[in-house]
Design a binder for this molecule. Sequence first.
Ligand SMILES: Nc1ncnc2c1ncn2[C@@H]1O[C@H](COP(=O)(O)OP(=O)(O)OP(=O)(O)O)[C@@H](O)[C@H]1O
Length: 252
Amino acid sequence: MKNLTVRYDQVTALENINLSVKENEFLTIIGPNGGGKSTLLKALLGLIPISKGQITTNVDGREKRGTKLGYVPQFAAFDQSFPISVFDLVLTGRFQKKIGLFHRYSNIDKQAVKDTLHRLELDHLAKRQIGELSGGQLQRVLVARALVSHPAILLLDEPTASVDKASTQSIYDILKDLQKDMTIIVVSHDTTVVSSYTEKVACLNKQVYYHGDPDMPEEAVLAAYGSHVDLVTPHSHHEQEKTHHSFDRREG
Ligand SMILES: Nc1ncnc2c1ncn2[C@@H]1O[C@H](COP(=O)(O)OP(=O)(O)OP(=O)(O)O)[C@@H](O)[C@H]1O
């Protein structure tokens, strides 16, 4: 992203964003509510117009067109009462823009669904209705749906916001495994930086306040959030443990 600016009428949601992610990198984007994270995802997905600047994918310094993106939407935005089986929901991930209504999926599409469900150890849930799934299961199904078209970059919007700790761990384990084959970009409104997984963190509040390894300096957190926040690193076997980022304004 180069000098990326996105405006909605009077509101400037993103201003002069310069941010890059490498192939097979795991980037977590954090920032306060209203900081522009959803806007950034929408811009990456080509869903909203860019006011200024550009987003490109480069290989050896040359622009590469047609990079496939996989998108895992916010869990809360997903209507779980919609009557569809896990298999069919994942199959919709094979739907391509150029195919019109009443498209019939091929055996290749169906095999891709089977392979993806198998990879994410979801085979046993294939026939279940999505309304019968736990939060963690549905989140993994949404990851499967994004994966089934073999994206080069996987974008996830708050993937662990509505799931318990065990599922959070399992989702991050899956992402770590997927990272061998693709670039992972996770957006999170809280400050849960999973430093054992993510390699890079970007902190966004209209501008980029920080971009680097997960050891984000306290000054950058304060500047972006405008107040005290604890960055936590969830681990499998321990209570959520505060990193040395957790600081207290009372101590100055
Ligand atoms: N469609 C829109 N029209 C006008 N303003 C908008 C629109 N969408 C977002 N905004 C504004 O743009 C800014 C960035 O919003 P955005 O939703 O991208 O932030 P966010 O970081 O994703 O927030 P959250 O963590 O609460 O989801 C906010 O000031 C918001 O009010």
